[in-house]
Every structure is written in structure tokens, then in C-alpha cells.
Design a protein around this ligand. Structure first.
Ligand code: DGJ
Length: 690
């Protein structure tokens, strides 16, 4: 609901439990009067009485850091989310308010520069308590250089302290949660890689330092963009804190020509009470309701051949794996890298998207038919934004890659990035994939992106243009082939964000499939993103990446926390393991609706002896709990694991043992899973309300 009080130049944007209150001051600056628990319009208007009296002018501007749109100019010395350079070199923006447009859920506040013909619109859209915000810049004058156009600058209220939560990582170790006191000054989270990145992810959560998993107020924001980005958390000495976020990184600028418009990606902001758990659940819910294209679908159990075969792909080998996977209960069989062009190793073939004629002399048809006959859907790996110099595509179009004159073309994994901002490259990309999908009965694409940009130059054309074309191609392919589902992958979890999730159905979380490491990676992933998109494979033991040996049940119970998949060399597995795996796949299918569409409660974080995560059906009638014990210390007995959000008066039956537990007891004393005595013990408990 959006309410406007014209007399006080006040807007109140309210979701079910929060409000965001804006007031336009005498200088037309939109001041954030409140972001927090829900207020009535009358309560919001009363906040104006608390503003400093006119004429009160201390040395420091008491308002600095409290505006929802901060442009360079005047006495603004802090972080400015909007920075431009006019053709004559002027950098100051002097914005005047020119009007508003408003519906129940959308608000547009329009501004224009006092002199130069540049307009700026701030767009807000409410989805429950989530506020999506973006900017639209229009230039009717001489070309303007846009130095920075953040989608949103979120202003936090004064609190007793500020703690910044975010994830950091690297290849094979993505989304590791980190919380630290927000230092004074500017803390920058960023990707300069042209892709979302493994190193940081474009979201942040701030609390006052006292919030826990189930209590406390949390302010969070997330950017819907899959290219370079920057999030600046600013803490002024006056204890004003802002989170300003947008596409692009320093020093990338772009030119807005005469008559041109620039629409920024969306940044979503959310205030929640109830701790980090409630914040995560609200983000999950938002993505399931408003972001994911087919959120209501249940994601199938997937098999992926990469760890089993590497580049050694053959028709017979894939069929043997497919037969084994089908027996295990797999529903979607995905052939990974190595099926196309001269791609028998990682130095050739990228760009040549036709089946390797030696490996698939009759094309992919016979393999696809066999997979379908086995009752599974068929998926195929592609990495369409890339090219190996040793490929027909590169030999024909060496100028299609991102490059600069007088600079070397840095190769990474023997490959270069296609410059999708060139219209002919975007057209080729769509045509090639459209044809691949039209000629073959493909149900699923794993869309990979294995290297960041280099030698890219500073202008928008490329940094923003690449991502825009990527989005456009994905949108057109989905429209042309509505049955096809897509997985976003970038050397594991290098491209996970609300922008790509609007166009894809799941993501590959990490190339690290070691179940112990995965507990941490998945814990960080779950802070913002739902289990419904988190691809998780069970692979071989010892793990090919870490060498760690972990029992099959534990590996399964970790992967069941997301979209379960198998990625092992099944032809090497023992009969006993194959049989047990089939039972575990069946167990997963029973609890899958809870995992993929229920509410998630992180009962015990990884790191200690025990970790546990609970999924609860929307109606509270069923719950699943995955428990993992990494190692028992000192022979201590396992403690009870208190569950969350059950009905204390309810009775819950364990579907495996038939035992009935009282809700009140599960909430206080907790579950006592019957774990095996040694290390790497795990359990899945499924409780149904009687
Ligand atoms: C990186 C991905 O993350 C892997 O899963 C696999 O698809 C390889 N690329 C293939 O080259």
C-alpha cells in the first residue's frame, strides 16, 4: 500500500509488517524519515515534528546520509549514488522535484536538473515488505557521462551499533557467511569481473550487532544484476548508515547520448524482525512468489556426468550412466562439457555448438531418445558466451571477442569472452541456441560461464551491454522454447543473483562437492537464496576435489538440503551403494515439496559437532529435518535439537519410526535423532502432524 500526504510532501510505503517513509524537504531532497516496523500515515506524519528546526545549522549537515537519492553537488561529501559529468565538465546535479505517479503498489518520483535537460525518475514497487527500487535517467541535452547510477541507496535508522553480514568466497568455496562490525568510512563489496563473482555476492544484511538466528531486526538489500556491481556500506561519524548498490564498478562510466534513456537494474530492500532466519525466509518467499519464472514447479532429481567422465564423453558411456541413474530414480539426465565441436579437452571447440561428429556420428538424437525412453528428461551443457581460439567460430570471427587494440588477449582456461554487446554476436548467439533447441528434444540447459572479462575497456557498451544481451537471449529462448528449463552456472556459483534467477530455474552452487565443505557453502547460500534453486550433487568418495572420504548417507543428507542431484561415476559404485542411493533418492522425493517450497529454519549452523536444518510445510502440517554430525568430540552424547514454528499443542508422528512427539516438547527439548556413533553420521527425519 502506498499512501501520499501532499500537505507534508510525505509518502508512506507499507507492507504487511514494515513501512518506508519519505519526505521531500524544502530543497526537494527525499529524506528517509523511517524504515522499520509498520507505521500508519498519521504516525508517519508525526515524524516531521522531530526534524531539526528551520534555521538550526550546525557545522555538519545534520541530514547528510539520510536521503534516498544522493547526487553529487552542493554540500554532499559522502557516498553519492548518482554521479554524472555534463558535457561542459560540470559534475554537480541540482535536482528539482517535477511530480509523481502512483498506484497502490508503485510510485515514481520524478526530478529534473535545474539547468541541464537531464531527468531522473526513482521507481519503487512493493512486493509485501520487499521494496524494489530502480532509476531511470533521460538525457535530452549534449551527451552526459554517467559515473555512477546506483539502483538504490537504503538509509538505515540510528541504532546502537551496526554489523554487516555478507558472503565471500572463491572458486570451490563460494558464499561463506561473514558478519563483522561495520567500520566507519566506506566498505565496498564489488565485482569487477563482468559477472556476479565467487568473491562476493550483491547483497548485504545489517543489524545492530545483537540479532541472532531467530531474534532481532535486520535490514537487507539485494541487487538483481549479473555483471560487475558495487555495494557501498557507508558509516558516517554521525552514525548515519547507508547501503548504496548498483551495476558497474569503478572506474567504469558510460555515455548517455542525446535522447537516450538509462534504466538501472532493480535493487530490493527489506526490513524484517525475527532475526537472520526470518530475513532469509522473507527473501526466499519473495523469490518464490515474484522472481523465479516457474517457482511452483518441483525441480527434478538430476544426474550430471561431469565428475564421472570429464571430457571423455561417448555415446555408450553416457547411456551406461543414464541407465544407472534411471534405476536410482533420477528424473533429469544432463550431459556436461565435451559433447560438441572439437571439445575433447579444454583448449578447443568452445563456440562450435554442433555434436562432435566422431562421438555422436548420428547427432544427439539417439542419446536423447534413450534418455527419454528411460523416463528421464534430457539436459545439455553449454557455455555460449565463450570461445576457444582453437575453434571454427574464432577462426571465422576473431574480432568477436572482448579485446582492445594494442593489448594482449589474455586467455583463461584457454578461452576468451565473446563481446555480446555487439549486435551481430547477440544475434548469432540466439540463432545458434535456438537451432540447437529446435533440432534436439532438449529439456534443460546448463548455461555455464567459466571466465571473467579481461581487456574490456571502460565504457558501458560492453560492461552493461553484455549482461543486457545475455538477459535478452535468455528471455527470447525461454519464450521460443517454453518447456526448456535453465541452470545458471559460472565455474560453480559465480553467477547467482536476483537478476539471473528471474530468467533461470536453478543454479549450480559450487564445483566443490565435498559434503563437509558444502555445509558451509549452503549455509551462506541460504541466507538469501532458497533451497528451491540450490543445485547439490552427491559425488564419489574420496571426493575428487578435496580427497575427503565421507559415507554415502551423509553425502546424500547434505545434498538433500537443496535440489538433489547425483554427479558420481555410477559405473564404479558398488551394488550396495547403488541400492542405498535409490532408497535415499526415494526419501528425498517424499520430503522434496517441503525442501523446495516449505519454510527453512537453520536450527544449528555448521561449524559445531552437529548441524541441522528444518523445512516446514506452508500449512505447518509436515516437517523435515536434516541432521549432520561432522565429528563426535570427547564421546559426548548428542544434545536435543529444538525445532521451530511447530504448534506446541500439535502431535507429530515420525514417518520412519511411527513415534509420536508433542510439539511443545520438540520446540523446547528438541529432537533426538538416532545417529550412528561415529564421525559423519547423519539423519533425515520426517514428521507429519496427526
Ligand atoms: C564448470 C562447471 O562449474 C562444472 O560443473 C562443469 O560444467 C565444467 N565447467 C565443465 O567445463
Amino acid at each position: 500500500m502506498i499512501y501520499h500526504d501532499s500537505q507534508h510532501r510525505l509518502w508512506v510505503l507499507s507492507g504487511p509488517s514494515s513501512s518506508y517513509v519519505l519526505h521531500l524537504d524544502e530543497a526537494d531532497r527525499p529524506r528517509v524519515m523511517h524504515w522499520g516496523p509498520r507505521l500508519t500515515p498519521e504516525q508517519a506524519a508525526s515524524l516531521l515534528l522531530r526534524l531539526p528546526r528551520p534555521g538550526f545549522r550546525p557545522v555538519e549537515d545534520p541530514m547528510e546520509g539520510s536521503f534516498d537519492l544522493i547526487a553529487t553537488g552542493g554540500l554532499c561529501y559522502g557516498q553519492a549514488g548518482l554521479q554524472v559529468r555534463f558535457a561542459d565538465g560540470t559534475r554537480d546535479l541540482e535536482l528539482v522535484f517535477t511530480g509523481q505517479r502512483r498506484t497502490d503498489r508503485e510510485l515514481v518520483l520524478a526530478y529534473a536538473d535545474r539547468h541541464y535537460p537531464l531527468t531522473v525518475e526513482c521507481h519503487y514497487r512493493l512486493y509485501g515488505d520487499v521494496i524494489e527500487r530502480h532509476l531511470v535517467l533521460r538525457n535530452e541535452g549534449e551527451p552526459v557521462t554517467v559515473v555512477r547510477a546506483d539502483s538504490a541507496t537504503w538509509v538505515l535508522p540510528r541504532m546502537n551499533g551496526y554489523r554487516l553480514g555478507s558472503v565471500r568466497g572463491q572458486w570451490g568455496a563460494e558464499t561463506r557467511l561473514h558478519r563483522t562490525e561495520l567500520p566507519y568510512g566506506e566498505t565496498v563489496l564489488t565485482s569487477r569481473r563482468g559477472v556476479t563473482s565467487h568473491q562476493a555476492n550483491p547483497w548485504a544484511m545489517v543489524d545492530d550487532g545483537t540479532a541472532g538466528e531467530e531474534h532481532g531486526a535486520v535490514y537487507s538489500c539485494a541487487l538483481a544484476w549479473s555483471g560487475s556491481w558495487r555495494l557501498t556500506a557507508q558509516r558516517l561519524p554521525t552514525e548515519r548508515v547507508t547501503l548504496s548498490t548498483g551495476a558497474g564498478h569503478d572506474p567504469v562510466t558510460w555515455e548517455l547520448g542525446t535522447g537516450e534513456e538509462h534504466v538501472t537494474p532493480v535493487c530490493a530492500g527489506l526490513f524484517t524482525e525475527g532475526g537472520f532466519g526470518a530475513a532469509s525466509r522473507a527473501w526466499h518467499d519473495h523469490q518464490l512468489r515474484h522472481v523465479l519464472p516457474h517457482a511452483g514447479e518441483v525441480r527434478p532429481v538430476l544426474y550430471n556426468s561431469w565428475e564421472a567422465t570429464g571430457f571423455d564423453v561417448s555415446m555408450d558411456g553416457q547411456i551406461r550412466l543414464a541407465e544407472s541413474a534411471a534405476r536410482m530414480g533420477v528424473e533429469l539426465f544432463v550431459v556436461d562439457d565435451g559433447w560438441f565441436g572439437a571439445r575433447t579437452h579444454d583448449a578447443a571447440g568452445l563456440g562450435d555448438w554442433y555434436p562432435n561428429p566422431h562421438r555422436f556420428p548420428d547427432g544427439l538424437g539417439p542419446l536423447i531418445d534413450r534418455v527419454h525412453e528411460l523416463g528421464m528428461r534430457f539436459g545439455l551443457w553449454v557455455e555460449p558466451e565463450m570461445v576457444n581460439p582453437d575453434s571454427d567460430l574464432y577462426r571465422a570471427h576473431p574480432d568477436w571477442v572482448i579485446h582492445r587494440p594494442h593489448r594482449r588477449r589474455t586467455e583463461h582456461r584457454n578461452q576468451l569472452v565473446l563481446d555480446l554487446s555487439r549486435p551481430e554476436v547477440g544475434d548469432w548467439l540466439f540463432r545458434t541456441l535456438d537451432e540447437l533447441l529446435a533440432k534436439n528434444a532438449i529439456d534443460f540447459l546448463k548455461w555455464d560461464m567459466n571466465r571473467p572479462f579481461t581487456e574490456a575497456g571502460p565504457d558501458e557498451r560492453l560492461w552493461l551491454g553484455h549482461v543486457r544481451t545475455l538477459y535478452d537471449v535468455l528471455d527470447r529462448l525461454r519464450a521460443a522454447h517454453p518447456h526448456v528449463r535453465i541452470e545458471s552456472c559460472s565455474s560453480g556459483g559465480g553467477r547467482v543473483d536476483l537478476g539471473i534467477l528471474r530468467r533461470t530455474d536453478q543454479v549450480w552452487t559450487s564445483d566443490n562437492t565435498d559434503a563437509l565443505d558444502r555445509l558451509d557453502i549452503q549455509h551462506g547460500f541460504s541466507q538469501l537464496y532458497p533451497a528451491r534453486v540450490m543445485g547439490a550433487w552427491v559425488t564419489d568418495s574420496p571426493n575428487p576435489y578435496t580427497g575427503r572420504e565421507i559415507p554415502l548417507d551423509f553425502r546424500f543428507h547434505v545434498a538433500m538440503a537443496g535440489v538433489l542431484a547425483i554427479g558420481g561415476a555410477l559405473t564404479e559404485w558398488s551394488r550396495a551403494d547403488l541400492d542405498r542411493a535409490a532408497e535415499l533418492v526415494a526419501d528425498y522425493k517424499r520430503i522434496r515439496p517441503l525442501v523446495q517450497h516449505g519454510r527453512q529454519y537453520r536450527l544449528l549452523p555448521p561449524g559445531g559437532e552437529l548441524s541441522a536444518v528444518q523445512y516446514l510445510a506452508a500449512d505447518g502440517g509436515e516437517a523435515a529435518v536434516l541432521v549432520h554430525r561432522r565429528g563426535r568430540r570427547f564421546g559426548h552424547p548428542d544434545p536435543g535439537i529444538p525445532m521451530r514454528a511447530l504448534d506446541p499443542d500439535g502431535r507429530y508422528r515420525d514417518t520412519a519410526t511411527g513415534e509420536v512427539h508433542h510439539g511443545a516438547v520438540l520446540l523446547t527439548h528438541g529432537l533426538f535423532p538416532d545417529l550412528a556413533p561415529g564421525d559423519y553420521a547423519s539423519a533425515l527425519l520426517h514428521l507429519v502432524r496427526e
